[in-house]
Design a binder for this molecule. Sequence first.
Ligand code: GDP
Length: 144
Amino acid sequence: MERTLAILKPDCVRKQLIGQVLDRIERAGFRILALRMTWLTREQAEAFYAVHRERDFYPDLVEFMTSGPCVVMALEKENAVADFRALIGATDPAEAAEGTIRHQFADSKQCNIVHGSDTVENGQKEVAFFFGEGEIVRNRVGVM
Ligand code: GDP
């Protein structure tokens, strides 16, 4: 089983799409191991997207990600990272395939509803960025 980190970004929360996007995620076979609503601090957003810090869009991205609450979750599934990237679609909704979450709900390349880890290694790192292993274990108790 593989883990990936998903973030329902501030535009998703603002547009009251949490339920619809979670429905898409669960119907695609992902198990939610941990989930929390949070409002990222500037420091958290800068650290989470540090790989992009030299990019032109970095200041706008940090501004956007701290513009309101978001929902962070750890997901599990076989092939979770690649399957979740396929479910959400390309970064730019104009390029996202029909049937993907970003094609259905996103407004722009920046305001694209959802984050998904891009590699298995980053999936593990990003889950650990938001969740202690204890939080994940507790949430798994009761899974049949
Ligand atoms: P992702 O892996 O599909 O989320 O895309 P990236 O890792 O390349 O970029 C991270 C996030 O930065 C994206 O999800 C967007 O929210 C934002 N972003 C990426 N490219 C652009 C861009 O060209 N302009 C703006 N304004 N935001 C961008």
